[in-house]
Design a protein around this ligand. Structure first.
Ligand SMILES: Nc1ncnc2c1ncn2[C@@H]1O[C@H](COP(=O)(O)OP(=O)(O)OP(=O)(O)O)[C@@H](O)[C@H]1O
Ligand SMILES: [Mg+2]
Length: 251
């Protein structure tokens, strides 16, 4: 299988504090990888390195063979990578339609203002409707983002990332702050949505072990900035001390 993302001995220090310590991993096409670990293990730091938001202190991060250290979201979206955030930072005054359109317009490379493209451009319009339908937001297209429930905001942030039609999508706790019942709905929608738009690999940070077990085919466990395990869900869930480490320090 093609390697899409690769890190070699990547480290990240904030001042003198080492948040990630020589992490090497490779993610191939077809994989759904869950990154797990206690609070402060370095999961978000890893996602920020993998998405070019942070520059590593040492080591390399490559996406499709290119070094992407600090590349930033616009360049990475063009290369085929999109992400959603742990803390959703959607614009509260935009509507659901406008929020998704920002992603669609940048994918289609339309010049000029996205809101003009939204009104006049049929391809943009159709693409927004399709992504909204995929994530069951079709009935909420005119709703102001500020008034959405937490779960809907999370879903919208994921939908916005999907609107870029990425090859790889990274999600930092896509179901945090969402009720248990809704978590499964969201995961199903995003797994089905990924197939629909041709996403080749999913990397998610996830605290909910039920979701890790049910949806991912690989688990990377971090502890204090190091890779503790990189294995199958089967092997992971058989290892009680590993699970205790991963969930032990939750608050
Ligand atoms: N900008 C920063 N400056 C200094 N320290 C930071 C910074 N960002 C993160 N850290 C520290 O680095 C460590 C790893 O943080 P990170 O956010 O990657 O953890 P996490 O595994 O995502 O945790 P959580 O489960 O709480 O989201 C933590 O100890 C955190 O306090
Ligand atoms: Mg985090």
């Amino acid at each position: 299988m093609t390697t899409l993302i690769e890190t070699t001995d990547v480290s990240k220090a904030y001042g003198s504090f080492v948040a990630l310590d020589r992490v090497s991993l490779a993610v191939r096409a077809g994989e759904f990888v869950s990154i797990v670990g206690p609070n402060g293990a370095g999961k978000t730091t890893l996602v920020n390195l993998l998405t070019g938001l942070l520059v590593p202190t040492a080591g390399h991060v490559r996406f499709k063979g290119r070094d992407i250290a600090g590349a930033g979201p616009v360049a990475l979206a063009k290369l085929g990578m999109a992400r959603s955030f742990q803390l959703v930072n959607v614009f509260p005054d935009l509507s659901v339609r406008e929020t998704i359109a920002v992603g669609v317009v940048s994918r289609l490379g339309r010049s000029g203002a996205w809101w003009r493209a939204l009104k006049r451009d049929r391809a943009v319009h159709e693409s927004v409707e399709r992504v909204a339908a995929l994530f069951q937001l079709g009935a909420k297209l005119e709703t102001r983002v500020a008034t959405l429930a937490q779960g809907e905001k999370k879903l919208l942030d994921v939908a916005r990332a999907f609107a870029l039609s990425p090859e790889v999508i990274l999600m930092d706790e896509p179901t945090s702050g969402v009720s248990t019942g809704d978590k499964h709905t969201i995961m199903r929608l995003l797994v089905d949505g990924a197939r629909e738009v041709g996403v080749q690999a999913i990397i998610q940070v996830e605290h909910d072990m039920d979701l890790v077990e049910e949806y991912s085919d690989r688990v990377i466990a971090l502890q204090e900035g190091r890779v503790l395990a990189d294995t199958t869900p089967d092997a992971f869930f058989k290892d009680e001390s590993l699970i205790a480490t991963v969930i032990g320090k939750r608050h």
